[in-house]
Design a protein around this ligand. Structure first.
Ligand code: SF4
Length: 54
């Protein structure tokens, strides 16, 4: 059975919807360049703890 999202998960999803108008977080992230981000999910991250809007 799938676990229902916690309040924190729901708040995070809401925050991402509000702050990221693009499909992938990286397209709207201030760290979307080589020397700033070495994460393997770049440039197509849909979840990222380091995401910061531009
Ligand atoms: S920090 Fe996360 S969201 Fe930002 S560019 Fe890197 S992988 Fe993408």
């Amino acid at each position: 059975m799938a676990k229902s999202p916690t309040l924190i998960d729901q708040l995070r999803a809401w925050w991402l919807r509000v702050t990221c108008p693009t499909e992938f977080l990286c397209d709207n992230c201030r760290y979307d360049y080589d020397s700033a981000c070495k994460r393997p999910q770049r440039p197509n991250a849909v979840k990222c703890p380091d995401y910061r809007p531009k």
